[in-house]
Design a protein around this ligand. Structure first.
Ligand SMILES: [Fe+2]
Length: 324
């Protein structure tokens, strides 16, 4: 309040002070809760903390943000992109077909993983979701330089270490609007890189996206790695090959979801993919590598379980009473 003494004489500052936000951290990530009463961060993350640790706590010094984040606004509803990151593998082979089939680029580590995919998982806790592509090779480490193994965090559990070791790609959404992605890109598109996304609603059908690029702190001076990692991150920037594909689809989904014909003709969307009556490929997974969350499929999966969980959670939150 500029010139407060002259412009607001006698003002009781206590009456107009800013609302307090209750802060807590996990692996260096800062979260805020506006409501006075509510779950602690530990309770809110629940089993999902295990998966966040596999991204943010794999090396002793942890992950660090490089440079400024990308920010852009697009004509899509934030839930569409949060849903996409929560575990949508179905779209990859069509939406990103051109990028995946590009042949005039140097072959990347993806192709060298000739046993890929060893396994893939979709896992979700009560609200949060992740997906993994895994190699059979226990020393894959998402294509990081070999020295990454010298820096592994001793606090990682055996399963977390093995999961990281076999990982090719890892993505997910922390309900409601924070997403993560970590891995190498196919076809020489670069990487490995990690990214945090924040889907910020800017009104109906408008989202401001912030995208941070992260790397293991121990590799911050490795110029060759930085170049590859930056290339991977930029492939998912608003001007990148893969993000350009996604943005067009997200906008189309948001647009058509609001079409008046849905009301007039009483049509409904379909999100049954992966349910028992839709596929016979869903199987229970005993492999402990999937962590503490519930896993619904293994193999090359098509399953909207994570999407259903996210949208159901949003529906329930919107029906809550009070300020919880
Ligand atoms: Fe995509």
């Amino acid at each position: 309040m500029p010139h407060m003494g002259e412009a607001y004489q006698g003002l009781d500052e206590e009456e107009i002070r800013l609302e307090e936000v209750h802060l807590d951290t996990h692996q260096g990530l800062i979260f805020g809760r506006i409501a006075d009463e509510g779950p602690s961060l530990e309770t809110y993350l629940g089993d999902f903390a295990w998966y966040l640790d596999v991204l943010f706590g794999t090396t002793e010094d942890g992950m660090t943000v490089v440079g400024e984040p990308h920010r852009w606004e697009s004509d899509h509803d934030w839930k569409t992109s949060a849903d996409n990151f929560s575990g949508d593998s179905y779209h990859v082979l069509t939406t990103h077909q051109a990028g995946l089939e590009t042949e005039n680029l140097a072959r990347g580590p993806w192709e060298e993983l000739n046993d890929f995919p060893g396994a893939s998982y979709l896992a979700c806790t009560d609200r949060h979701s992740v997906g993994y592509y895994l190699s059979e090779d226990a020393d894959t480490f998402m294509g990081y330089p070999d020295e990454i193994t010298e820096h592994l965090n001793p606090d990682l559990g055996d399963e977390q270490r093995e999961l990281f070791g076999r990982s090719v790609f890892h993505f997910g959404t922390l309900f409601p609007n924070m997403s993560i992605i970590h891995g190498i890109q196919s076809g020489g598109w670069g990487g490995p890189w990690a990214c945090i996304r924040k889907w910020n609603p800017r009104g109906p059908g408008k989202t401001e996206t912030t995208s941070w690029w992260l790397i293991p702190r121990e590799l911050a001076d490795d110029e060759s790695f930085l170049e590859d990692s930056h290339r991977g991150w930029e492939s998912l920037s608003p001007g990148g090959a893969f993000e350009s594909d996604d943005l067009t689809i997200w906008e189309g989904i948001s647009d058509s979801s609001g079409a008046v014909t849905h009301e007039l003709r009483e049509t409904e969307g379909n999100m049954q993919q992966g349910m028992d009556e839709m596929t016979d490929e869903v199987e229970t997974v005993d492999d402990p590598l999937h962590g503490p969350a519930e896993v619904t499929s293994k193999g090359l999966y098509f399953d909207e379980r994570n999407s259903r969980t996210l949208l159901q959670s949003w529906y329930e939150m919107m029906r809550m009473e009070g300020d919880a």
